[in-house]
Design a protein around this ligand. Sequence first.
Ligand code: GDP
Length: 471
Amino acid sequence: MRLPGIDLLRPLIAFWRDRTIRLAVTGLSGSGKTVFVTSLVHNLLGAVGRPARLPFLRAAAERRILAAGLCAPEGDAIAPFSLSETIAALAADPPLWPASTTAPRRVQLSLRFSPAGPFAGGNPIGLVLGSVAELTLEILDYPGEWLLDLPLLRQSYADWSRRTLELARRGARAALARDWLDFLARHPADSAAEAGAAWQAHSLYRAFLEACRTREQLSLVQPGRFLNTGQLVDPSVLWFCPMPFPLGAHARAGSLAAMMESRFDSYKQTIVQPFFAQLARHVDRQIVLVDVLRALNAGEAAFADQRLALESILECFRFGRRGLLARLFGARIDRVLFAATKADHVPALQRDHLEALMAEMVAAPTLRAKRAHARVAGAALAAIRCTQDGIEVIDGRKLDVVVGLPKGGERRICFFPGIVPVTPPPTGFWGERFIGFPVFQPPRLDGSAQDGVPHINLDKALDFLLEDALA
Ligand code: GDP
């Protein structure tokens, strides 16, 4: 059917109907970003041939995705996500987990689909204007540690030093901070500015953060770039650390503290500000991946610390005028999903618990977001499912377990993960510290994307994030 003037309308309609969605994927180190992006892209590329892989992504289930392909992202400020390398690792024999995210990476997909609404093929408008729309999906993967730097923008060097030192002297951190604090005792804030001393204090502080992360599984490691530097033109911008200040005191000109202060300020100006400005400009939707199971297993201190880190991250995505990201940079992120990852470590009922726990951890911002007409939700997912559910009789009791091949192993094992609480556990809940989750071997991928990747709830997460764009 041809109507007069319709050719003039087409570009206008295409402008309204065809969209670009910028989806940012973040999470603390090891939370599962690389695996998530790999599985997401691979499964979307396979959605045309194997829509059954994504039954809860409505556009796929309704067989409305007609074509999917990779395209080159515009601009080269951000390194490309190396999908060929991550897929090659998962397609190796035996399959390997790909290398993790240490700096921002970007990948872009184009999805051609039949719209479901007024532009659907059967509707008169669809018949006239053509019933195929296009979604460009830009995926940005970046270290979640960098989000922890947002509060620094409001803090002076003295304030930040005081808060960080207070935290470092408490709980599990105290023993790890000893070498660094001893060094600071020998090189007080008022001592002469000396580049060597500043560098050494920074190195000891960095080693302390590394130990917090690897030995105690703590999440609040600040500044975010100290362990995930990314590409820095001048690494010396990082050569600072907190120093003890008497309340109300200022760094004396020419002192070690003054040198640290000026580096702290230039870190904020040249690294933190531009990062958040870029994030605010280039992101519409956000998924934050959280390894809740690892923190639960690492014990009370690690779990409490993860909650603190999450609260700091939530500060970035608090919606409406009060949100810091919105106030500082005018961000317009309208959907945020917090997803507990690696849910294939627990059987079906525990996955429901995990989802409830994640939702509970973000309940307050979910309510606030609704008032600002934005959406926040919690989910539990496994981007790559490595286990099956099973039942095992232990001490005469039937228990739900997961069954999978441990990395490097020869035989599948049954793993009973215990009970995931549905709300953040009270103090009495924590028993013996237990960091016992096995690393399971991933299933071997068919590199051609025909078959997609087995997952749990990846499709539900995608539907939450993209359903309106694929409608
Ligand atoms: P990143 O640092 O956030 O990029 O984390 P990665 O995506 O590299 O994931 C870190 C590790 O977590 C991987 O090497 C896997 O061992 C494990 N992992 C990630 N996602 C999954 C998953 O869906 N299931 C299972 N069983 N393990 C996962």
